[in-house]
Design a protein around this ligand. Structure first.
Ligand code: ATP
Ligand code: MG
Length: 332
């Protein structure tokens, strides 16, 4: 079976609809066809300040949400990044073959650091994409399910894998991004020109999966729509309506064409009211299942420990090969 690997940050507590449609849905699909590794990336979370107690709680919460979304520990390996020390170890190695200019070109870093200001931006945030390279290469991943915003980081991973292989002999599988075009970028409901994001979205435009379903319904009903009144998919001229159609289509398995036909002659209000119902039907059981997993932290922690053990077996083997190729003296 080909390998898949991806990670999600435990930074905001609740996952949002962009995380689910852009990434987590693909995680659940790929666990059927791939030897899949999914992790809560707490090492990435600390690239910005975190309160220790909140970070710990959010890490469990992230794992609970992944399980609630359908990740099955019988069919994939679910773990916490900091439980597998090889990530930090290979991360260092990757830092040493990455050009400073190359890292400086990462657009996510440029965006996030611009928002924070130079004094508050950490070196960790700067090298975060390189740690992500190590995350992926440790598992010899063929496929990396992510949203569009992560494409550049997977490209960097490919470049560094090829560079290392070229310099030291074949060591790493060169991975490909697994980006589903339709849902690769879900937009903010209040500003359909920006991606829905934990850090960038206004709370009004951000659908947090764990919010009160009633509040979520309200956000959907007050989503910004476009001028005109026709319900057609037109990403350029009708980004608001198109975003709603994408969400509706994916959550219900109805094609966009069928939705366009269904809403011919009806207004934006009808679409939003129906989508609000669809969303409530989706988030309600998701919240309940997340809560169930959280209510039994011992089982959750045990499951993550088993995941870490399985992940570590793979990661340790790759790291040992990489260390050997580089010329590190064996420890024994
Ligand atoms: P931040 O803004 O802090 O980077 P985030 O909202 O991007 O947070 P991440 O944990 O960085 O969340 O991303 C987890 C996964 O969700 C990644 O694969 C990312 O590409 C995907 N993703 C995030 N936002 C969206 C979105 N709006 N549409 C589609 N996929 C998304
Ligand atoms: Mg992100």
């Amino acid at each position: 079976r080909p390998r898949a690997l991806s990670g999600i940050q435990p930074t905001a507590g609740s996952f949002h609809l962009g995380n689910y449609l852009g990434a987590i849905r693909q995680y659940t699909a790929l666990q059927e066809s791939h030897d899949a590794f999914y992790m809560v990336v707490d090492l990435h979370a600390i690239t910005v300040p975190q309160d220790p107690a909140v970070l710990r709680a959010n890490t469990r919460l992230a794992a609970a949400q992944l399980l609630a979304a359908g990740l099955d520990p019988q069919r994939c390996t679910l773990f916490v990044q900091s439980h597998v020390p090889e990530h930090a170890q290979l991360g260092w190695v990757m830092n040493c073959i990455t050009g400073f200019g190359e890292a400086s070109r990462m657009t996510q870093f440029k965006d996030k650091s611009a928002k924070q200001g130079a004094d508050r931006t950490t070196v960790g945030l700067f090298t975060y994409p390189v740690l992500q390279v190590a995350d992926i290469l440790l598992y010899q991943a063929d496929s990396v399910p992510v949203g569009e915003d992560q494409r550049q980081h997977v490209e960097l991973t490919r470049d560094l894998a090829e560079r290392f292989n070229g310099r030291f002999g074949h060591t790493f599988t060169v991975p490909s991004p697994h980006i589903v075009k339709e849902t690769a970028k879900i937009y903010d409901l209040q500003d359909p020109s920006i991606k829905m994001s934990k850090s960038a979205s206004t709370t009004k435009g951000l659908i947090n999966l764990l919010d009160e379903p009633k509040a979520t319904a309200k956000k959907v009903k007050s989503a910004v729509t476009d001028t005109g009144s026709e319900i057609v998919f037109d990403a350029e001229n009708k980004p608001g309506v198109s975003n709603l159609l994408t969400i509706f289509s994916t959550l219900t398995g109805t094609t966009i064409g069928d939705l366009e036909a269904r809403y011919t002659g009806k207004g934006y209000g009808a679409l939003k009211t129906d989508l609000a119902d669809v969303m409530v039907d989706f988030v309600t059981p998701f919240r309940d299942r997340t809560q169930e997993f959280l209510e039994d932290p011992e089982t959750l922690d045990a499951l993550l420990a088993t995941g870490a053990e399985k992940a570590r077996a793979v990661a340790a083997e790759t790291l040992a090969t990489a260390y050997d190729r580089i010329g590190f003296l064996p420890a024994k």
